[in-house]
Design a protein around this ligand. Structure first.
Ligand SMILES: Cc1cc2nc3c(=O)[nH]c(=O)nc-3n(C[C@H](O)[C@H](O)[C@H](O)COP(=O)(O)OP(=O)(O)OC[C@H]3O[C@@H](n4cnc5c(N)ncnc54)[C@H](O)[C@@H]3O)c2cc1C
Length: 411
């Protein structure tokens, strides 16, 4: 039996899956999983979708079933904040008082909502969405109906807007960009999502930011930069997240848009690793560092970090992937298209069943399947192949995608 202690800070998806992986790989030392939230680890995607609408059970969001951690001798410390780490001494501090030694440490401290700093942000009825508690507070408001102002047309804002409409609320979305998720999608697909929301009765106030929230004690109105005033009973803000780097920074670890890690997910300290939303990881495929704020990354990178902690040969190079569900529109997106020349479509855009491909130098750098399923592995293979594609064939639904994945065309 190993004498070693492996500690994981952050008991959400990446941390809980890492603890599971340590055991599945046969590590029989001490595993301690520490989380600031007083909740058994849970997944966040349902918090803007089915659970927010009251369509699924609370327990369905859990990463593991009741009893899992006990059964696998994973010490789960819930409601416990790690206040300092000392990689050199192999020691951390819990709640500013208790100390715990570790041989190896994994940081999965994730991200938190970016807060607005505007007149009126102290008013009641202004919500952010990250935790189960946040979700349940918003859910109560949605149940009452009325008017909701959603600030931000990114993923969280778009999904909350959709859930709000599905619950029968009047919804106004406000965003400084001209289209939903325009930075990721570009114009064509941004327009598609704008139209989807408009068709479902969402009022979209785009190309204008929020200037102020107004009301006596609770928010009653949102004033936008174009002079519009939006009446509301409450507001939900989804303007992105920021990585929680305080612990790592104070410990002297290298931090730059998250905790900097190599492809083995090792930080600048030999005995400390990081994974999930917090990790700005060297990506061997892209040959640069990327930080991915999505479910699949936490799901897969946590276990990869666990294997690295066990000195297994790890090189985390999964193509980034995420999914979103809004009304009857489900989609999966793969890739990392920071640069692109064009977007081409395969399928029926107006009917809402298509695949969009983002191309750079004739190669697929990202793909998104909308209400078309079981193609994701082919989309990822196309990206990975770096093959120059025949655009006509790519856009032709009768040409199997897998037939387009040829030999890499050099880099
Ligand atoms: C409402 C919502 C919907 C989403 N929907 C989707 C989706 O549809 N598709 C998709 O791909 N992704 C989605 N995501 C993103 C996805 O949930 C995240 O990428 C994922 O949760 C990241 O997991 P993580 O374990 O890295 O970090 P987090 O989930 O952020 O968890 C980090 C944990 O660490 C704890 N912690 C932080 N500091 C300390 C400390 N000092 N001591 C102890 N504990 C600490 C925090 O309390 C937290 O519990 C959604 C996110 C939200 C909020």
């Amino acid at each position: 039996m190993s004498e070693k202690t492996f500690v994981i800070v952050g008991s959400s998806l990446a941390g809980a899956k890492a603890a599971q992986e340590l055991r599945e790989c046969g590590f029989d030392g001490r595993v301690v999983l520490i989380g600031a939230e007083s909740e058994r680890p849970y997944e966040r995607p349902p918090l803007s979708k089915d659970y927010l609408r009251g369509e699924s059970e609370r327990e369905k969001a859990r990463v593991h079933e009741e009893g899992f951690y006990r059964q696998h001798q994973i010490e789960l410390l819930m409601g416990t904040t790690v206040t300092a780490i000392d990689p050199g001494a192999g020691r951390l501090t819990l709640e500013g008082v208790r100390e715990l030694s570790f041989d190896r440490l994994l940081l999965t401290t994730g991200a938190e909502p970016r807060r607005l700093s505007l007149p009126g942000v102290q008013l009641d009825g202004l919500y952010y969405l990250r935790t189960l508690a946040d979700c349940e507070a918003i859910r109560e408001r949605l149940e009452l109906g009325g008017q909701v102002a959603v600030i931000g047309a990114g993923w969280i804002g778009s999904e909350v807007a959709a859930s709000g409409r599905q619950k029968g609320c009047k919804v106004t979305v406000i965003d400084p960009l001209e289209l939903p998720n325009e930075r990721i999608f570009g114009r064509e697909i941004g327009e598609f999502y704008r139209d989807v929301h408009a068709q479902h009765g969402v009022e979209l106030l785009l190309a204008q930011g929020v200037e102020a929230f107004e009301g006596d004690t609770a928010v009653r109105r949102v004033r936008t930069s174009s002079g519009r005033t939006v009446e509301c009973d409450f507001a939900v803000v989804g303007v992105g997240v920021v990585p929680r780097v305080e612990l790592a920074r104070a410990a002297g670890l290298q931090v730059d848009n998250g905790i900097v890690v190599d492809e083995r997910l090792r930080t600048s300290a030999e005995n400390v690793f990081a994974a999930g939303d917090i990790a700005n990881a060297w990506h061997p495929f892209y040959e640069r560092r990327i930080r991915v704020e999505h479910w699949a990354n936490a799901l897969n990178q946590g276990p990869a970090a666990a294997r690295a902690m066990l000195d297994q040969d790890v090189s985390y190079d999964r193509i980034p992937y995420f999914f979103s569900d809004q009304y009857e529109v489900g989609m999966e997106y793969s890739g990392h298209a920071t640069e692109r020349d064009e977007v081409v479509l395969r399928g029926d855009r107006d009917g809402g069943e298509f695949i969009a491909f983002w191309l750079k130098d004739g190669r697929v750098v990202a793909g998104m399947n909308v209400n078309v399923w079981d193609v994701n592995q082919h989309v990822q293979a196309l990206i990975r192949s770096r093959h120059t594609v025949d655009v006509a064939a790519l856009c032709d639904p009768d040409t199997p995608l897998e037939s387009l994945v040829g030999e890499p065309a050099g880099r």
